[in-house]
Structures are given as C-alpha cells and as structure tokens.
Design a protein around this ligand. Structure first.
Ligand code: ZN
Ligand code: ZN
Length: 392
C-alpha cells in the first residue's frame, strides 16, 4: 500500500469531488473559463498572488516562502478533448462533445491540493512556490501562449515538477525517467500540384494523385533508411485531400502529417530530407511539391537533478520497487517549453487498475482513472517540491 502523507489523506475526499466536478464540466483548449475561475479562486483563498488570462485562460499562483531560497514550478494542464464520453460514470461529461479523456481534470485537482498543503507550510519553506495551470495542452500551444503573455515575467523558477496520469501502468506505481521522455512535434503540410484534366485523358493532364502516392511511399524511407538505427523518429501522413469526381484529375493534392523526434538535430535533418524527397519525387513526375512545417513543441527533456529528487520522492510514497523507468513516449507535451525555463521532471503516475488488468488508454471515449492515483500524484508533487526547496 502506498505511504500517503496525512496532509494528503485529509484532502482525499475534496480532491475526488473536485476532480469529478472538473470531469463533469470539461472545457476545450483556450475555452477553460470555468476551470480557470475555480483554480484562481482557490489559489487566492490560499494566499497566492494570482494572475489570470495568461495565454487566454492560463492561471499562475505565486507564494513567497518564509525564508529565501529557490523557486519551484509545479504545472498542471487543464484542458479537455473533443470526444463524446462513453464511460457511463455518474460524473460523466455534461458537455456533449467534450471530455476529460486525458486526465487533465485529475492533474488540476492534484495541483490544487498540493497548492493547499504547501501554502500551509510556506512560512517554514526556504523558497517560493509557483503554480502554472496551463490551457490547451492538447493543442500543444497553451504553454507558448502563456509565455508570450509574460506568465514567467518576474519569476525565475529553479526547478519544476509535473505529473501525468497513465492507465498503462497500475495505480500504485510511478514512472520516472531522466533525459528525453517525449518527442518534439511538427505539423507537416505538403501540397503536390500538377495540372488537372479529364480522367480518361491522363496524358494531357499532369496527375498529382499518382505523384502524391509516390511521395508518401518515398517518405517511408526517411526513418527506415536515413535515420540512425539507434535513434528514433516518427513521420506519419495522416490526412489526404484531393479530387471532386470520378472523371476529373485534380490540380492539387494536399497532405497533412506529423514529425516526432527526441533529438533536435535529427529533426532538422529530417525536415530537410522531407523537403528534398517531396520536391524531388514530385518533380520527377512533372509536378511540384511545396512543403511547410509548423513547429508545435520541442521534445520534453527531464533534468537529471530534478529527476533524482522526483525518484526519491516517488520511492517514499509507493516504495522503490514500484518506481519504474518508463520507456520514452512518442507523444508530445508542450510542458517542454516550461522545462526550457525551469529544469524539471515530468513524471507519470499509474492510474490503471491496481491488478494490472487493461483499462482504456488516454484519448479513448471510455477512459477513466483509478482515483487512488490522485493522492499519490498530489503527494509526489508535495514531496518533490519540499525536497527541491530543502537547503543543502
Ligand atoms: Zn492528451
Ligand atoms: Zn494529457
């Protein structure tokens, strides 16, 4: 059984109620008005200096400790997903087409509980608390929007911690890892242009559909043939738009996709290869290709020192044998932008069935968490923050 601090235990009922309230009222990225309102109100009542409207709906709370020292940043994401919930839970979403299917309701409740516990200890703390409640993580643009609005102006965080629930590991385990843990994300847009014509007279047209098909096939070689076998990347073409009728060769084909990398240099070289391949293949088939990419977020890199503190905190709660080294994930999270400002550790708190039997993963309409993970995640944030501020 996890060893949950009494301060966290005392807040368990409130935390579950709060998480369920957020779950009933999910709000999509940059629309988290109700959620942000509750967060701001609670932080103010606890004595934090609160800023709102950062990156539209982001909230920060700063609290100076009794003695000088470092500043620890604790982050929660607050947005939901455009999914029609199918859990049948009594606390299921009341907003059709929006659902907390990634557990950000849990993250928000955990961070608020941690804010309450740490605020009571603030007079005795050597250093300061800085909470970041970030919108639009699912769009991968909320953190940058907050930073652009000056969310970190006047604050210099020395270290950061955050948790994400994960149903693939049972409640009662915590996954911690140093170094790259999640990939960078680029949105790719490729347009192949030919010359439209009659479907029965391909020789008098220039067919961009056949060219686009070859481009897609050739792009499969970028990871398999151009990337070092021990490095990893993902290149997926996920949308294709072309044509209007069975007898018309269209002028253009539009493709959308994504590139994910752990390594910034590899990302740069793959983007160059992508352009070269698309343009070259299209040109060989008398078409042109234009390639654009939108850089959404860098890779999430966990700081070794912060990770050591996190591992220690996790072990004290769930026992060292339940602290697992999780494999890096090819998903992305724009907490990466915050970790560029505050060397941090993003940990994964097991929220799956305690017996290890499978439960729907994040972004599934039947996703739900083991609520015992709430106390574990909160205790982790509290203990990691305390450890980071402890004078040594
Ligand atoms: Zn998600
Ligand atoms: Zn998430």
């Amino acid at each position: 059984m996890p060893n949950i601090s009494p301060q966290v235990q005392a807040l368990c009922d409130d935390m579950v109620a709060l998480r369920r309230d957020f779950h009933r009222h999910p709000e999509l990225g940059f629309q988290e008005v109700r959620t942000a309102g509750i967060v701001a109100e609670r932080l103010r009542a606890l004595g934090y200096t609160v800023r709102t409207g950062l990156g539209k709906t982001g909230v920060t709370g700063f609290l100076r400790g009794g003695k000088p020292g470092k500043t620890v940043l604790l982050r929660a994401d607050i947005d939901a997903l455009p999914i029609l919930e199918q859990t049948g839970a009594p606390y299921a979403s009341q907003h059709s087409g929006a659902m907390h299917a990634c557990g950000h309701d849990a993250h928000t409740a955990m961070a608020l509980a941690a804010a309450e516990i740490l605020a009571k200890e603030a007079p005795a703390l050597n250093g300061n608390l800085f909470f970041v409640f970030q919108p639009a993580e699912e769009l991968l643009t909320g953190a940058a929007a907050m930073l652009q609005d000056g969310a970190l102006d006047g604050v210099t965080p020395d270290v950061g911690f955050a948790v994400h629930v994960m149903n693939r590991i049972p409640a009662g385990t915590i996954a911690v890892r140093s170094g790259p843990v999640m990939t960078s994300a680029d949105k790719l847009s490729i347009t192949v242009t030919g010359r439209g014509g009659h479907g029965a007279n391909p020789h008098s047209a220039v067919d961009p559909i056949v060219a686009a098909a070859q481009v897609i096939t050739a792009l499969q070689t970028l990871v398999s043939r151009e990337t070092h076998p021990l490095k990893s990347a993902v290149l997926s073409i996920t949308m294709l738009k072309a044509g209007t009728a069975f007898n018309i060769i269209p002028d253009t084909v539009e493709m959308i996709g994504t590139l994910r990398c752990f390594d910034a240099e590899l990302r740069t070289s793959l983007l160059a290869s992508l352009k070269r391949t698309a343009e070259g293949i299209a040109s060989a088939l008398r078409c042109t290709a234009s390639v654009a990419n939108e850089f959404l977020t860098p890779a999430v890199i966990n700081d070794p020192a912060a990770t050591a503190l996190a591992r220690d905190a996790a072990g004290k709660i769930v026992g060292d044998d339940k602290v697992v080294e999780w494999e890096p994930l090819t998903g992305s999270d724009d907490i990466a932008y915050l970790w560029e400002r505050a060397p941090g550790c993003y940990a994964f708190v097991g929220s799956g069935k305690p017996d290890g039997s499978p439960s729907p993963a994040g972004h599934n309409a039947k996703f739900d968490i083991e609520e015992s993970s709430l106390a574990i995640g909160t205790d982790f944030l509290v203990r990691a923050a305390r450890a980071a501020l402890r004078p040594r």
